[in-house]
Design a binder for this molecule. Structure first.
Ligand SMILES: NC(=O)c1ccc[n+]([C@@H]2O[C@H](COP(=O)([O-])OP(=O)(O)OC[C@H]3O[C@@H](n4cnc5c(N)ncnc54)[C@H](O)[C@@H]3O)[C@@H](O)[C@H]2O)c1
Length: 352
């Protein structure tokens, strides 16, 4: 079965999704349509040339209303509001909402009620989705009857959750404290700006290339949605000027004293077993750029593991904030697209 997806927003995440699908690691996915306020020619250029990932390994052209990626023609729409995008006309089953503008479940749901898609995956820590589904932790709780708009939370939450899952399952885990150091984001400014900054913190408008900037609005405690057993947790996020490659650190208290070797062995076993593809393990000394194009949610770094005699443990993982997360978005799109409720049909498209 092929799941036809539509992507709203062909920015960093939308372009990563397109490159991943073109490279075919998800053979059951086809991009049927995209929507972005930018003209098709600019979308094609943005896919051909990428300052971080390099030139597209294939061909991308704009042809009328279509974006042609290799030999595959993708209908390109240019609507500003989700309710105007006629996804159903191009057979879209699942919309990946990746503009960053429509993170509220109620707005993203318009891709279904007005656009005629059947499911929506929001590419961010959404405000009120039907479910947060984090791959490797709670994605099996997906219920096709009641979950129409889902979110995998954020890239940082995914990296933290897979490490927390292993520590929780193997050793017990509580009193969790996390930090995420996030690579530069597209909404950041090159020079200081006072208006149109993301959220209501003036620091988020400061020149992104010059500072480590605290980002208090990223919802770090969503790790608890997937793993409620870990209880209350503390968290912090910072944006840094590196172009790609981010870091997640997690510390906590285990149920019994453990050694760093035991923790590393547990992570290596999970990476080779139940979390294969979601958690990766690499003992080679790593810096952030090394994780570029890694498809896992987290590349575990055993050199960062510390353990204390009273059961305290600290672990470190790297993640490609675009590529790893985009792979999880596609995993989720497959999950929801392959399990559409029997008898469900597209609603007819209407323009609000
Ligand atoms: N970049 C990352 O590392 C990353 C990682 C995880 C999650 N996310 C989340 O994914 C979302 C997108 O992030 P991004 O980095 O791709 O952003 P981006 O700014 O690179 O891309 C956004 C795209 O949406 C388009 N757009 C803007 N308004 C639109 C509208 N009204 N209708 C249609 N298209 C519109 C823009 O033209 C742009 O192409 C955000 O919510 C972000 O928090 C980003």
């Amino acid at each position: 079965m092929t799941v036809a997806i539509g992507i709203n927003g062909l920015g960093r995440i939308g372009r990563s999704l397109t490159r991943i699908v073109a490279a075919m690691p998800h053979p059951g996915v086809e991009i049927a349509a995209v929507n972005d306020i930018a003209p098709t020619e600019k979308l094609a250029y943005g896919l051909r040339r990428d300052s971080v990932r390099g030139s597209f390994p294939g061909t991308v052209t704009a042809r009328g209303d279509y974006l042609v990626v290799n030999d595959h023609a993708i209908r390109a729409f240019h609507h500003e509001r989700p309710e105007r995008i006629p996804w159903a006309e191009h057979g879209v089953d699942v919309v990946i909402e990746a503009t960053g503008r429509f993170r509220a479940g109620s707005t993203a749901r318009k891709h279904i009620t007005h656009g005629g898609a059947r499911k929506v995956v929001i590419s961010a820590s959404a405000d009120d989705p039907d479910a947060f589904l984090i791959y490797g932790a709670n994605h099996a709780s997906y219920d096709p009857v009641v979950h129409d708009v889902v979110s995998p939370a954020s890239c940082g939450v995914n990296a933290l959750t897979v490490m927390a899952k292993v520590l929780l399952d193997r050793f017990g885990l509580r009193s969790v404290n996390t930090s995420v150091i996030l690579a530069a984001q597209g909404w950041q400014r090159v020079q200081d700006a006072a208006v149109d900054t993301s959220r209501d913190d003036p620091r988020l408008g400061r020149a992104g290339g010059e500072s480590i900037i605290p980002h208090n609005y990223v919802v770090g405690d969503l790790v608890r949605v997937a793993l409620p057993e870990i209880g209350e947790m503390r968290y912090s996020y910072y944006c840094v000027p590196t172009p790609i490659g981010s870091l997640a650190e997690l510390s906590g208290q285990t149920g019994r004293p453990v050694t760093a070797e035991e923790v590393n062995r547990a992570m290596a076993e999970a990476a080779a077993g139940p979390l294969r593809g979601i958690l990766a393990y690499d003992p080679d000394p790593t810096v952030s750029i090394d994780v570029k194009n890694n498809a896992a949610s987290c590349l575990f770094d055993p050199s960062g593991t510390q353990a204390t005699a009273d059961g305290g443990v600290k672990v470190r993982g790297w993640f490609d904030n675009e590529w790893g997360f985009s792979n999880r978005l596609l995993d989720l799109a497959c999950l929801v697209g392959e399990r559409l409720p029997v008898g469900s049909s597209r609603v007819s498209w209407s323009v609000a």
